[in-house]
Design a protein around this ligand. Structure first.
Ligand code: ATP
Ligand code: MG
Length: 319
């Protein structure tokens, strides 16, 4: 097993002018799982990750690896591998040269450059000029930098952006394998669907504040309990399900807060034969969108308690 560090954000705040891009953020990222850092554009993800890596000076609070800020790590590239937003590469230089320069600068063996290129699947184009690389190839090259020092921690900002479906599956497997080895993996995305099958835990932020942290599965637990139901006699069905219908459309009613069995029983008692009774399993995207829109109803639906801003527990929802 490789030992990954615990990343800890404690009351991290970063203001640009009068505006708090990151506002009193506290959470832990544990080794052994993939943690998704999710939020819409402008939520503060990059600012948070840049603060963690010493590229932005926090207004207050701290971000540490096993208790140490990045600047105090003795051998940073061996501890943390990072790939932040589309890195600037020298167009005329080869992928291999880029990595060998970085390896030399970090005191790593030059062979680590080739090893990293193999890991990201760029070994066959290692000697090609980076200027001719596609967006997906650039993403892979960025990741090769992150893997160079064989680090116990990976911090990746939107690594999936620009990858095709094959590339997405590849990076998903790589991140899961790294976590399974006991490493710490923190990966940001503005698209839940992009990382849904990759991450175990989620930290969701909106406007610089945490709106959810906990298991991804728990986030959807309440939101997933939507059932689509229809009958020839819609008025009678509506009466039988009074209070539980949240939407009505051409394809029937959407009901929340009732199990399918209970819906069937109520319809039966009212003498209304159902023509449709279908649980909607994938309510996760809806829950996510409600969360980042800070809709309090969704916070309850997410299965966590809406709690005060001082509590920090697994699976909690904060507003
Ligand atoms: N250097 C800066 N100067 C001023 N404002 C900044 C600076 N960097 C970020 N911001 C602001 O901070 C907020 C958070 O930006 P940030 O880049 O952290 O968001 P993000 O979650 O990474 O968004 P995206 O999904 O678009 O990458 C935004 O309102 C942004 O305009
Ligand atoms: Mg960003």
């Amino acid at each position: 097993m490789v030992s990954g560090a615990v990343i800890e954000f404690s009351h991290l705040t970063k203001r640009f002018g009068g505006v708090a891009a990151v506002d009193d953020l506290s959470f832990r990222v544990e080794p052994g799982v993939v943690t998704g850092f999710l939020g819409p554009n402008g939520a503060g993800k990059t600012t948070t990750l840049r603060s963690l890596l010493g590229l932005v000076r926090p207004t207050s609070g701290s971000a540490t690896f096993d208790g140490r800020p990045y600047a105090q790590l003795a051998d940073p590239l061996r501890v943390v591998g990072t790939a932040l937003e589309a890195s600037s590469f020298h167009a005329g230089r080869s992928a291999r040269d880029h990595l060998r320069v970085a390896a030399a600068a970090a005191g790593l063996p030059l062979a680590s450059a080739d090893a990293a290129l193999v890991k990201v699947g760029l070994d066959s184009v290692a000697r090609r000029r980076v200027g001719g690389f596609s967006l997906g190839m650039r993403q892979r090259l960025g990741l090769a930098f992150a893997l160079l020092g064989d680090p116990g921690v990976l911090v990746l900002d939107e690594p999936i952006n620009g990858l095709d479906p094959e590339g997405i599956r590849w990076i998903r497997e790589l991140l899961r394998a790294y976590a399974a080895e006991g490493r710490t993996v923190l990966v940001s995305s503005h698209l839940l669907s992009e990382v849904q099958q990759t991450v175990d835990r989620a930290v969701v932020i909106a406007r610089g504040r945490i709106v959810y942290q906990g298991d991804l599965a728990a986030m959807s637990a309440g939101g997933g309990a939507r059932v689509r139901v229809d009958a020839a006699d819609r008025p009678a069905l509506g009466a039988a399900l009074a209070g539980a219908v949240v939407a009505a459309g051409a394809d029937g009613f959407v009901v929340t807060g009732l199990e399918p069995g209970e819906i069937g029983l109520r319809a039966h008692r009212a003498g209304v034969p159902l023509t449709l009774l279908a649980p909607e399993r994938d309510g996760l995207e809806d829950v996510f969108l409600h969360l980042v829109g800070a809709d309090p109803a969704a916070a309850h639906a997410a299965g966590g308690d809406a709690v005060g801003p001082s509590a920090h527990g697994p699976g909690e929802v904060r507003r």
